[in-house]
Design a protein around this ligand. Structure first.
Ligand code: ADP
Ligand code: MG
Length: 354
């Protein structure tokens, strides 16, 4: 009963910290507990408070979330420039760990649903991908693997300018590189092949999840197709990717490669694309070719060949540079030329989201 749950939380959170937080509404609910929108009476700001269930397993996992996020916020992103949610405070109340976050907007899954899963405009996919990759670069520097990057955990950020901005939230499944037994982690839909098949010693890869996010943005989409063209391409690509994963998981076959054909799928997409459509401008053609190349790189099967987030960040799809052929990333160790670094600073401005 929703009202009852809200009532219980009202009781709980209003008691917290001498009634410092007044519960206004429910924002989300999961296995860990609940997220409620509260008025912080000390600052008069709205905050999002994640109230963790009062059971030891959840409590300890949440302590991990707090410590990883504190490290990210304070040490790796002190000026709040890398699209990672800010943690404002945390406290323990009757064995419930309560974590206060800055108040953000809708999550991207809700946004997609609002548009009947027809996908987002290309410029938002570009901007959001850039921002998420930027957050991933910082996480990698910190040695943190998010492990649950998906549209539900990417929130629209209220923006001071008219720029479209998102932030990565939910470090409730995150872990430190090399300090975890990587077994049953990641939402199934987004698992990388090496985690699905349990390749020994392979940490999970957030980049692959980001690729699937990008594909998901185009689910049922028109965005890649002009006008009323039948949008089968990426929908099919997406479905095949999901099916391949399910089969791979069930087969547990060492010949896993045969189940994983994103490149073939993407090639099909190129062939089926109506390139001769007169409505298509050169820029639109360029963007779509760049997108397909971008996805191919992100979906690379071999984790050793897959781009790093930093390398993906300099792909023409993200920088907006003309696409002249398959992307050759600079080695991770090479310094990024200043001109290229400047090029990624675009944002799509305001306007309609969908
Ligand atoms: P879970 O571990 O259950 O996924 P999350 O931290 O992802 O918990 O929060 C669950 C949901 O609550 C999110 O998908 C989002 O809709 C909402 N939420 C979480 N944090 C915030 C926030 N800072 N601002 C607004 N909504 C939030
Ligand atoms: Mg979540």
């Amino acid at each position: 009963n929703w009202d009852l749950i809200l009532y219980v939380n009202l009781e709980l959170v209003n008691k917290m910290s001498n009634r410092r937080f007044i519960v206004k509404e429910m924002l989300g609910q999961g296995t860990f507990g609940q997220v409620v929108k509260c008025l912080d009476t000390e600052t008069n700001d709205y905050v999002a408070v994640k109230v963790i269930k009062n059971q030891p397993a959840f409590y300890h996992q949440a302590i991990m979330e707090v410590s990883l996020l504190r490290m990210l916020n304070q040490k790796y992103d002190p000026d709040d420039q890398h699209n990672i949610v800010r943690m404002l405070d945390y406290l323990s109340f009757q064995n419930h760990l309560c974590i206060a976050f800055e108040m953000l907007g809708q999550n991207l899954y809700e946004l997609l649903k609002r548009n009947h899963l027809r996908g987002l405009k290309l410029k938002y996919v570009q901007a959001f991908s850039k921002q998420i990759l930027d957050a991933m670069v910082v996480m990698r520097d910190a040695g943190i693997i998010h492990c649950d990057l998906k549209p539900e955990n990417i929130l629209l950020a209220p923006s001071v300018t008219t720029a479209a901005a998102v932030k990565v939230i939910d470090f409730g499944s995150a872990c430190l590189e090399g300090k975890t037994v990587y077994s049953y982690i990641q939402s199934r839909y987004y698992r990388s092949p090496e985690v699905l098949l349990g390749y020994p010693g392979q940490p999970p890869d957030d980049l692959l999840r980001e690729a699937k996010n990008t594909v998901r943005f185009f689910k049922h989409v028109g965005s890649i197709y002009p006008g009323n063209e039948t949008p089968t391409g990426l929908t099919t690509a997406y479905r095949i990717l999901s099916e391949e994963e399910v089969e791979a998981r069930e087969s547990k076959s060492p010949k896993m490669g045969k189940w994983y054909f994103p490149h073939r799928t993407l090639d099909k997409l190129i062939y089926s694309y109506p390139w001769n459509n007169p409505e298509l401008t050169e820029t639109e053609k360029n963007d779509r070719l760049a997108l397909v190349d971008f996805l191919k790189g992100l979906l690379e099967f071999d984790p050793n060949k897959r781009w790093s987030p930093m390398q993906a960040l300099y792909h023409p799809f993200i920088t907006g540079e003309p696409f002249t052929g398959p992307y050759e990333p600079v080695p991770e160790t090479a310094r990024i030329p200043v001109a290229r670094a400047a090029a990624i600073d675009h944002n799509p401005g305001g306007g309609h989201w969908l």
